[in-house]
Ligand binder design. Structure first.
Ligand code: SF4
Length: 291
């Protein structure tokens, strides 16, 4: 222990002694000091010394002082990965995976009743890397027939809401919690929602929306894992797997035969959504209730 302490002292002394000394004399001085140090160890009864090691952090520190930038293999891999994630090739890969997922869904029979009664699965429509992904409950009769979500009367109202927001339906992704129509448009059963969740999660992961908007209680409660009413859930932001999520009433509930007075609440929610995206809120006549 004593030897180690002295070794540290010697290093400090050496710096002082060698300051401004010519190279040849500097080497001689180092040799002299090392010999002297070893002799003192020997006199103290030290018969061996461990191999000197350079700790990784010391190496990094030294290289930094020398003006070198150390990049760890992990950091390199991380940056390459990030680049691949955002590059055109990665986007193409995601698109292919989305199509493969759609094909898997088309063959799915996890919910025997739904698989036996559907005309076809309704995967979802819209581009990738969108600002908004609307998630509804399940396909109805029109959607089941056409293989597209929100194409019935409620879908037409949703299109008007999107237009009132100053956006185009084709720039938004629309899908449902369930990819198959429940017979007679009954409410989805909990086990059916659970069966289909894996598909929705993968779909959202590949789509990468900036915001998710859950339409109606079934979508909101399933995504947020709550039994709270949509009236209480709406009007604020939550997070679903790292993506901001807002809930609002299902367009079907805004139809004249149900609760058209809730359109103003939906518009308030859409304004929040637009604000979140940093988009302008269209002024007059944009409450989603016209035409
Ligand atoms: S609802 Fe989803 S999980 Fe159930 S059969 Fe259809 S695709 Fe499969």
């Amino acid at each position: 222990m004593m030897g180690i302490a002295r070794c540290g002292d010697a290093a400090i002394d050496r710096e002082k002694v060698m300051d401004g000394m010519p190279k040849r004399l500097e080497r001689e001085e180092i040799t002299r000091q090392v010999r002297q140090q070893l002799e003192s160890y020997s006199a103290a009864g030290v018969t061996w010394l461990p191999h000197a090691t350079v700790a990784p952090f010391q190496l990094a520190d030294n290289e930094e002082r020398m003006g070198k930038t150390r990049t760890s293999p992990l950091a390199t891999a991380g940056s390459l990965f990030a680049e691949a994630e955002t590059g055109p090739a990665a986007r193409e890969k995601r698109l292919i995976e989305l199509r493969q997922l759609q094909e898997r869904v088309a063959r799915c029979t996890r919910c025997p009743e739904l698989a036996a009664t559907r005309t076809q699965t309704v995967f979802g429509t819209g581009p990738m890397d969108i600002d908004i992904c609307f998630v509804g409950e399940a396909p109805g009769a029109d959607e089941d027939r056409r293989g597209e979500p929100f194409v019935g009367v409620a879908g037409q109202l949703l299109t008007r809401i999107i237009t009132a927001m100053g956006m185009r339906r084709e720039d938004i992704y629309i899908c449902n919690i369930l990819k198959c129509r429940p017979p007679g448009n009954r409410q989805p059963k909990p086990d059916e929602c659970r069966n289909c969740r894996e598909y929705l999660d993968q779909q959202l992961e590949l789509l990468r929306p900036k915001v998710i908007c859950a339409l109606g209680a079934t979508a909101a409660q399933n995504l947020l894992g709550t039994s709270m009413s949509i009236g209480r859930l709406r009007g604020k932001f939550y997070e679903y797997r790292g993506i901001p999520l807002i809930c609002t009433y299902h367009p079907a509930s805004l139809l004249p035969s149900r609760s058209p007075e809730k359109k103003k609440d939906v518009w308030e929610d859409m304004k929040l959504l637009l604000n979140r995206l940093g988009k302008p809120v269209p002024g007059t006549g944009g409450n989603g209730s016209s035409s």
